[in-house]
Design a protein around this ligand. Structure first.
Ligand code: DGL
Length: 269
């Protein structure tokens, strides 16, 4: 038994796709979440900047004596994975669990990946999928606008702007005939209904957030580190109010737990 909280971070709201699944598979855990809303998006930035932000986010979470850190962000997991592997606590990233799930799910061995520009540039999912099965052919498309659309709360199935954007981004993947699509950014499950509608019901969508939460549950069980308690505290680096509003839309109910704005720099001294 280990009562320390789990630390989860993302550039913004995307990590809530991990929180949603964690509440299902690990209902008795205290969680500290950090959404770096003041510096979002990460996916359009240089690798150097993303690595710097990841180190600071991890340092912030460590100040809460967390027992495990989840980089609930495809971009950080792709570009700054090494920062997590050097931490004094176990670290879970989102690329490996999703790549394994995709390799298992595909039947025609044609897999698509959508993510941020930095994620696609890194080829992280491609390498991880090919490591499981080198016969898979993999096609990637960067979809940076999806991040902004989700942060705006444009996630309803009938949202015309999101649908048009998705049609344009997903066209090349449809043409390649992918039967499995990795939602390589944790923001994207929020618009999975629209994505699925466009790709067709025969295409399996892999939710990175969900797979990472399952990997965390497995790790804690395996290492006898399960907790007790279910307190959640959300920290953001910009306005708490807007985070709360859109989080409510994404989760389908009011966010459970306090949302506090922090000055990240004061934790880094
Ligand atoms: N949710 C993030 C990801 O999984 C980052 C989006 C962004 O900040 O660009 O890649």
């Amino acid at each position: 038994m280990d009562k320390r909280p789990i630390g989860v971070f993302d550039s913004g709201l995307g990590g809530l796709s991990v929180i949603k699944e964690l509440s299902r598979v690990l209902p008795d855990e205290n969680i500290v979440y950090f959404g770096d809303t003041g510096r979002l998006p990460y996916g359009t930035k240089s690798n150097e900047t993303i690595i710097k932000y990841a180190i600071e986010d991890e340092k912030f979470l460590l100040s809460f004596d967390v027992k495990l850190i989840i980089a609930a962000c495809g971009t950080v997991s792709s570009v700054a994975r090494k920062t997590g592997e050097q931490l004094p606590v176990p670290f879970i990233e989102v690329v490996t669990p999703a790549a394994k799930a995709a390799a298992k799910a595909t039947k025609n061995k044609i897999v698509g990946v959508i993510g941020t520009a930095a994620t696609v540039r890194s080829d992280s999912y491609k390498k991880a999928v090919l490591e499981v099965d080198e016969e898979i052919s993999l096609h990637q498309v960067a979809c940076p606008l999806f991040v902004q659309l989700v942060e705006e709360g444009f996630v309803k199935k009938d949202d015309e702007i999101t649908r048009l954007t998705a049609e344009r981004y997903l066209k090349p993947l449809k043409e390649k005939g992918v039967d499995t699509l990795i939602l390589g950014c944790t923001h994207f499950p929020a618009i999975s209904e629209i994505i699925s509608d466009i790709m067709g019901e025969d295409v399996t969508l892999i939710n990175t957030g969900e797979q990472a939460a399952k990997a965390a549950a497995w790790y804690l069980k395996e290492n006898d580190m399960m907790g007790s308690g279910a307190e959640k505290h959300f920290f953001v680096s910009d306005r708490a109010e807007s985070f709360k509003t859109v989080a409510g839309i994404l989760l389908g109910s009011e966010i459970e737990g306090e949302v506090t704005t922090v000055n990240l720099q004061s934790y880094l001294k």
